[in-house]
Design a protein around this ligand. Structure first.
Ligand SMILES: NC(=O)c1ccc[n+]([C@@H]2O[C@H](COP(=O)([O-])OP(=O)(O)OC[C@H]3O[C@@H](n4cnc5c(N)ncnc54)[C@H](OP(=O)(O)O)[C@@H]3O)[C@@H](O)[C@H]2O)c1
Length: 312
């Protein structure tokens, strides 16, 4: 199979590169940026004709779309670009892959939920109630893909982190380090950190998500020549368990052995933000586990693996 990965130089895209090593399939890694030392083919997913050409020239069977506009705060003032990358561009991919009778794996987000005060894990068929532009445009992307009628697996994930790019885990590893504590003291700032405890979800190690995607792609091979993929649908994937950003930070510091940094819980309103984030966006993963037999690691176990890799 020929598998085209978009946004291949982002967090998830890089994990897809790792997962592809040793695979019998042919992967084509694309992005709009270049990273030294890795092979990247230029592909702007906002350009429908360029997408069509890439799919035709490479005889693509599966697109894994790791590209998106992912800056949740900046999306509030950049609605047009967010809509273009999170909704119109996935529609382009859906149109092109439908013409090739292939599968589109789209990555969506827990932030399609949140406006309603849920306190039980969100299911796939639950109505989307985004709190901000990012979640709304990702929801539009899902709707546009479904409207094309292409074969699809739309995977909503949450709180993604990895060894690559910028993410919460790497930020907190830095901020809880002895050097950062000393720097804050030297600057006359509080030595400790406050982190919100009133936003609850589940972290996801991007490597685990990439593995889950590879299971779905392998499953699809059996039906690759059919016009309908019987497992087309929306799925939820995060790691197992539940925590707040405060708990996540405490665990990052504990695993890294940086317990001298005093981390205290606080409310979201102590950190003015352009967007209100969901207070509860835990995803129910029953469907992806039962449909594909995917094993989901506990979030603390995966966090240990990532921090260990970062230390190397
Ligand atoms: N990060 C999270 O916490 C989180 C949570 C839930 C869901 N998700 C979803 O998970 C997926 C992967 O997220 P991620 O964190 O791995 O994203 P990421 O690190 O921000 O990577 C996205 C990649 O897409 C590229 N890109 C931007 N515009 C493009 C275009 N027009 N054509 C092709 N590529 C383009 C970016 O390039 P530039 O860097 O040059 O712009 C970047 O390399 C996304 O769909 C995201 O919405 C993420």
């Amino acid at each position: 199979m020929n598998i085209l990965v978009t946004g291949a130089n982002g967090q998830l895209g890089n994990e897809m590169r790792i997962i592809s090593q040793g695979s019998a399939d042919n992967y084509i890694f694309t992005d709009v940026n270049e990273v030294e030392g890795v092979q990247t083919t230029f592909l702007d997913i906002a350009d429908l004709e360029a997408v069509r050409l890439a799919v035709a020239q490479n005889n693509v069977n599966v697109i894994v779309n790791c590209a998106a506009y992912t800056n949740v705060d900046a999306a509030e003032t950049n609605e047009a670009i967010s809509e273009k990358l999170n909704a119109t561009a996935p529609e382009n991919l859906a149109i092109a892959i439908k013409e090739a009778n292939g599968l589109l794996v789209q990555i969506s987000t827990d932030y399609v939920f949140g406006k309603e005060p849920y306190n039980t894990p969100c299911k796939e068929d639950q109505k989307g109630t985004p709190t901000g532009v990012y979640g709304l445009t990702k929801l539009h992307g899902e709707e546009k893909i479904l409207a094309t009628g292409c074969k699809h697996a739309i995977i909503r994930t949450a709180w993604l982190y990895s060894e690559f790019g910028k993410n919460f885990c790497k930020t907190m590893l830095n901020l809880t380090s002895p050097a950062s504590v000393e720097a804050r003291i030297a600057a006359g700032k509080p030595a400790g950190l406050k982190v919100v405890f009133d936003q609850v979800g589940t972290p996801t190690y991007a490597y685990d998500l990439a593995k889950a995607i590879s299971v779905i792609v392998d499953d699809y091979k059996n039906e690759a020549n059919e016009d309908i993929y019987s497992k087309s649908g929306i799925y939820h994937y995060s790691n197992e368990g539940v925590c707040s950003w405060y708990d996540f930070t405490k665990m990052i510091a504990q695993i890294a052995g940086q317990t001298e940094c005093d981390v205290q819980p606080c409310h979201s309103n102590e950190f003015p933000s352009p967007v209100t984030r969901p207070s509860y966006s835990v995803l129910d993963k029953t469907k992806i586990k039962s449909t594909f037999g995917i094993d989901v690691p506990y979030w603390v176990d995966s966090l240990k693996v990532c921090i260990e890799n970062l230390k190397k």
